[in-house]
Write a protein that binds this ligand. Sequence first.
Ligand SMILES: O=C(O)CCC(=O)C(=O)O
Ligand SMILES: [Fe+2]
Length: 349
Amino acid sequence: MAANGSFDEIPILDFNDIHASKAKFLAELRYAIVEVGFLYAKNFGLPKDQIKALTDLLPALFALPEQEKLSIELESSPHFLGYSAVRSEITAGKVDNREQFEFGLSQTEIWKPGRPLYERLIGPNQYPPSLPEAQTIIENYIHSMAERASFFMRLVAEALALPEATFLPFLGLQHRLKIVRYPSAHHASESQGVGPHKDSSGWWTFLLQASPPEVKGLQVLNKSGNWIDVPNIPDTFVINIGQAFEVITHGTCKATTHRVLAGPSERFSVPFFLGVRGDLTKAEAFGSLAQHFKHESGESSEGAQVDSAFLRGKYNTWGESQLRTKIRSHRQAGKRFYPELYEQYMNDS
Ligand SMILES: O=C(O)CCC(=O)C(=O)O
Ligand SMILES: [Fe+2]
């Protein structure tokens, strides 16, 4: 462990160690979430058959005919759920070389006229008609991951010297699972899998790297400005902090910048973004644990340095800030399903 906080590797936590010494496990967890913002989780408790079923599904999912993929495209969903083709996303000013399917918890639409529009982000998934097994595999995985993630949030609270249920009331039903393929890249112009970013769409991210260990790609930026490789270690997940959690902890736990380089082999990955409650307000997010974290981060109060679109933005709830992000990134769907907000959100920055 580097004393100056500039980590040069990502800590590996074995969740079976909790039984041997919970205090030691929590100390290691604390180091990972305060100094690094990333960790590998071994023995995280997801059923192995569910991981295998999902991993085995990926090549077939992406091999579907273009026409079928486009028949379930994200741009045709008011909930921003479905398929996005290669080169349809821009991160840090450059086009990302990846294609993806986005799924949520399987839900019927709950939004009703008069209710906040961000509630419309919740709704049914779009599944490819010719892979009928996909629905069960994906739904089982999302349910298991949501359960393990809330178990993890209890440990995080304990590691931060808080009552174990502290973070549970902030959780929402807006979990998102992205199934991602980075095509092989042979030219520098194709090498950005996804550009440098902090995760903004959830509370925490739980990533399954679904290609063999020799297929590299994910990298994390340390405090000295060096990119650290995060290779796939079989039977682990990579867990990292999202921006909402940085806000709630006043910067004690940081959302660490990361990116993916596309390389000579195609790569599959499956990030799960643990959802935040849509009606969470800025005041609640920043104020709830202020006393505790002021103490945690000392006189210099790192909280003042938290940079978050949610805090900076004009909108008061997490849900509205998320809806704005979605509309701005997926303009076709934004214009079609949210005409009353489209112009405002496009022009308010
Ligand atoms: O594919 C990966 O390994 C990471 C993807 C990622 O960072 C993201 O989608 O936010
Ligand atoms: Fe990310």
